[in-house]
Ligand binder design. Structure first.
Ligand code: ADP
Length: 313
């Protein structure tokens, strides 16, 4: 991996990137975005937000309508081969030819990318994804987890500095998800720039240092994960009362109240209008005796809902 230099171009650089599909659907509405070198970057958005379109443009599978896109400093129009060579994409679907072995799958892919035999790293990659023992087994005999790891290896045959993982853990069980996360961390630790699309907010929160949220083809947030979590407007406090109470008095700034049990209420409030202290004070003033209080930190889901609702308005 080349040394980082502040004047190096970002791993991915998009300017005013626009895609209007035949039929008029505007999937990307002039997106500008930098993915820093060496980062672990999350691209989040609801279905139909434009994430696949963005990835497919970078991978050379969809032609953009206007704007520019660069991978590792290479413009996809002016230097398409270099741009392609700098990027590995791990697709969502587990598509393999069932009659090829992992070894053959990687050799074939290396051939497609024009990697000369002497420079191929087939066994090294199989070792790296812990598939060495299965190098010569038919792909159809591999477990789901092994297949996903083979897809990652396949995206890396040409040693790209940037790897995009499209929904890497969609539909996989928790154990396998943890394994894949450890995996992605390992790759990142080796210096790869990793872009992760996911609709599991927990996954982005856990793995990504920086997150961009896409909605309706626009970037509605782009910030370090920690900062993004601070953007949530809504907070929640759970209050246990001393006596059974059917409902709570109306309080300005409270957006929603859920009754979780006879005496337990989850109170959602707008943190710009109300503090937890003021909220509890008002409950006491209304004659309600409080026996227990827990507050919950906002998570990415709160931020995501806040931001996507706001940008839809
Ligand atoms: P995401 O990956 O975030 O779910 P997509 O990039 O797949 O979003 O889709 C963005 C928008 O573009 C959606 O409204 C989708 O219906 C539309 N779209 C995607 N692919 C095509 C296509 N080949 N032709 C026309 N519209 C498309």
């Amino acid at each position: 991996m080349p040394p980082e230099n502040p004047s190096d171009p970002p791993a991915i650089r998009l300017r005013e990137l626009e895609k209007v599909y035949a039929g008029g659907r505007r999937a990307l509405d002039r997106i500008s975005l930098d993915v820093p070198r060496g980062s672990m970057f999350g691209l989040l958005g609801p279905n139909g937000a434009g994430k696949s379109t963005l990835i497919n443009i970078l991978a050379g599978l969809v032609t953009k309508t206007s704007g520019t896109a660069e991978v590792w400093g290479f413009d996809i129009d002016r230097h398409p081969r270099n741009a392609k060579a700098s990027l590995g994409v791990v697709p969502q679907e587990l598509l393999f030819d069932a009659f090829f072995t992992p070894y053959e799958t990687l050799e074939l892919q290396a051939g497609l990318y024009g990697v000369p035999r002497a420079k191929r790293r087939t066994m090294e990659l199989l070792r790296a994804v812990h598939l060495e023992a299965h190098a010569h087994a038919y792909a159809r005999t591999l477990s789901g987890g092994m297949k996903r790891r083979l897809l990652i290896a396949k995206a890396m045959v040409h040693s790209p500095p940037v790897l995009i993982l499209d929904e890497p853990t969609a539909g996989v069980d928790i154990e396998l998800r943890q394994m894949l996360w450890a995996w992605v961390r390992e790759l990142h630790g080796q210096g790869m720039t990793i872009v992760l699309t996911t609709h599991y907010l927990e996954e982005a929160e856990e793995l990504c240092e920086r997150i961009a949220i896409v909605n309706h083809g626009r970037i509605v947030a782009n910030a370090p994960t920690r900062e993004l979590l601070g953007l949530a407007r809504e907070k929640r406090v759970d209050v246990t009362l001393e006596a059974d109470t059917p409902s709570l008095p109306a309080i300005a700034g409270v957006s929603r109240v859920e009754r979780l049990a006879e005496r337990l209420f989850a109170i959602h409030y707008d943190k710009r209008r109300l503090s937890a202290g003021a909220l509890l004070g008002q409950l006491s003033a209304a004659g309600l005796a409080i026996v227990d209080v827990t507050t919950r930190e906002a998570d990415l889901e709160d931020v995501f809902l806040d931001l996507t609702r706001r940008s839809a308005a």
